[in-house]
Design a protein around this ligand. Structure first.
Ligand code: PHE
Length: 346
């Protein structure tokens, strides 16, 4: 019986077959186990005579099973390794990777440059109400400038009696920040704004950065210095020339529009130089001015004690200027080839 069992163990073709043999011999009802039980019923002499053969049979079979088991496992592993070869010379498929978008890049640059000038970054809701977007900025219900903003309203929706809209500029963040923290203030507020307008140079969603400084004895000179310092750092050129052109905004008084001198080199606009110099022209970058006293009052700040300046710049436009793009709409198409063309690759 032992020889037959050892032969069957050696012949076992799989771990399952081997386990069957183990149960047949060493399992509770296996023949070795049964033989061991018979020892209990024997008298001492019989037991001394029979025990060694049974015990050595048990040890031999257990050994044989152990050895066979190791051999079967090694064979299985080798078979698996042979099956699963990896060809390291096969070409891989390039996984497309995204990159930082120029708008995000410029927002980061803005925050960094203004941080050096002591400006914090503020944010406000893109869904706002007409009080923050217009009224508190000195544009009451009948103000004609409201119509000029091509506002997206949420029809039939109001909040505390105020109409709900998509903010048309980042200026409502001025109001929210002044109400929340009072004076003095030094902040920028970059973000998305919305106007119902669409052509080669206008998209219904675009980006602005608001700037607001409120403190004692603030005047237009501070505004000019801040913008010049910012643009020199942003465009990494010392020859930036700004022109502050008298203008009108309900929320600033006086108001000025900010133009920068540029020239065209190889079809590409390059900032720098005086806009009236030969081969040069002026380009508008945004609006600004001294915060209107009425606005300070709406925001709970005493205009006899504090003055302020504010500006609003088009982020998409200054991004196009810095990185040489010419079509605003491509900014929002999300085409990685367009990004890569302008050097925005991972
Ligand atoms: N909010 C104005 C606009 O969107 C820009 C601006 C901001 C002008 C701050 C003056 C001061 O046109």
């Amino acid at each position: 019986q032992k020889q037959a069992a050892l032969a069957a163990i050696a012949d076992a073709a799989s771990l399952d077959a081997l386990e069957e043999q183990r149960l047949a011999a060493l399992g509770k009802k296996g023949w070795v186990s049964l033989a061991l039980k018979t020892l209990g019923q024997m008298n001492p002499e019989e037991r001394t005579a029979a025990a060694p053969a049974i015990q050595s049979a048990r040890a031999e079979i257990a050994d044989a099973i152990e050895t066979k088991k190791a051999a079967l496992e090694t064979a299985a592993l080798e078979a698996q390794l042979a099956r699963e070869t990896i060809d390291l010379t096969l070409p891989t498929q390039a996984a497309p990777r995204g990159s930082v978008h120029p708008v995000s890049q410029v927002m980061d640059e803005l925050a960094e440059i203004f941080a050096d000038l002591g400006f914090a970054v503020a944010t406000g809701p893109e869904i706002d109400d007409d009080w923050h977007n217009f009224t508190a900025l000195n544009m009451d219900e009948t103000h004609p400038a409201r119509a000029m903003h091509d506002t997206f309203y949420f029809p039939d929706q109001t909040s505390e009696g105020r109409e709900i809209l998509l903010r048309t500029h980042t200026s409502p963040v001025q109001i929210r920040s002044m109400l929340a923290q009072g004076a003095p203030i030094r902040l920028i507020a970059p973000g998305r704004v919305y106007r119902s307008d669409s052509d080669a140079t206008h998209t219904p969603m675009f980006h602005q950065v608001e700037g607001l400084v409120v403190d004692k004895d603030i005047h237009l000179g501070h505004l000019k210095w801040t913008l010049e310092t910012f643009f020199k750092a942003f465009f990494e050129r010392e020859d930036i020339v700004l022109r502050l052109r008298p203008s009108y905004f309900p929320f600033t008084e006086p108001s000025v529009e900010v133009d920068v001198g540029y020239s065209t080199e190889g079809g590409r606009r390059v900032v720098g130089g005086h806009g009236d110099a030969p081969g040069h022209a002026w380009m508008e970058l945004g609006g600004s001015g001294m915060v209107n006293c009425r606005v300070l009052e709406f925001a709970g700040i005493d205009p006899d004690e504090y003055q302020g300046f504010a500006f609003g710049l088009g982020i998409d436009r200054i991004a196009m200027l810095k990185y040489g793009m010419n079509d605003l709409r491509a900014f929002f198409d999300g085409d990685p080839r367009w990004l890569a063309h302008y050097g925005f690759s991972p």
